[in-house]
Design a protein around this ligand. Structure first.
Ligand SMILES: [Zn+2]
Length: 209
């Protein structure tokens, strides 16, 4: 089911494509038509001044949201260093909760231990945005980012901390605006080396502050 696998043989310099969504075809005209129908079903008049163009804008937004960087690929660069912990934090991405189709904001911190290779730093944000741009749950998002990065570096020494604010918790149901959901993936050395895992968690907390 996974289209990207951890591969110790991944050669440095080989671009590893980010897997696309299962179905990337968006019928924008039909989405706009359905949004118009939704407005009518909600008792609105799509022809009133304030709503003119709204279905098209909503459809265009869906299209952009569901197709972020579908062609993104990540390349590792050869670098003679090892044992150093690299942490990239402060990445903020938006996803839509697949249970309520309401936004969730995900603050992402990623860590890995380079061993002869480094990942271009700017790629982490694009990877996070890519896996966020869909109907999602935070737990799966965390695993998808972890799995992909594991494949990119070819080892399991990857840690991801995600802190989510879910509008389906803040603006409906229990209405707990201060609620935060944290998911954590610790692979390889992050799972077996308490010092490394503590260093990552401390940095993740610092980044999320
Ligand atoms: Zn939800």
């Amino acid at each position: 089911m996974t289209t990207f696998t951890a591969s110790p043989e991944t050669p440095l310099g080989a671009a590893i494509p980010v897997p696309g969504r299962p179905s990337a075809n968006i019928d924008i005209a039909r989405v706009a038509d359905l949004v118009s129908q939704l407005l009518i079903a909600l008792g609105e008049d799509p022809a009133r001044e304030g709503l003119i163009g709204t279905p098209e804008r909503v459809a265009a937004w869906w299209s952009g949201f569901l197709s972020p960087d579908d062609a993104t690929s990540v390349t590792c660069f050869s670098e003679q260093l090892s044992g150093q912990l690299v942490i990239v934090g402060g990445m903020s991405v938006w996803a839509l909760c697949e249970h309520h189709m309401l936004p969730m904001n995900l603050q992402v911190t990623v860590g890995y231990v380079p061993d002869g290779e480094v990942v271009g730093l700017s790629k982490f944000g694009r990877i996070a945005a890519h896996f966020a741009g869909r109907l999602q749950v935070q737990e799966r998002f965390t695993e998808q980012v972890a799995e992909y990065l594991t494949g990119v570096i070819g080892r399991k020494d990857v840690a991801i901390a995600v802190r989510g604010v879910h509008l389906c918790m803040s603006m409906r149901g229990v209405r707990m605006e201060a609620a935060r959901t944290t998911t954590l993936h610790t692979g390889g050395r992050f799972a077996t080396d308490p010092v490394l895992s503590q260093q990552f968690l401390a940095a993740a907390q610092w980044n999320a502050a």
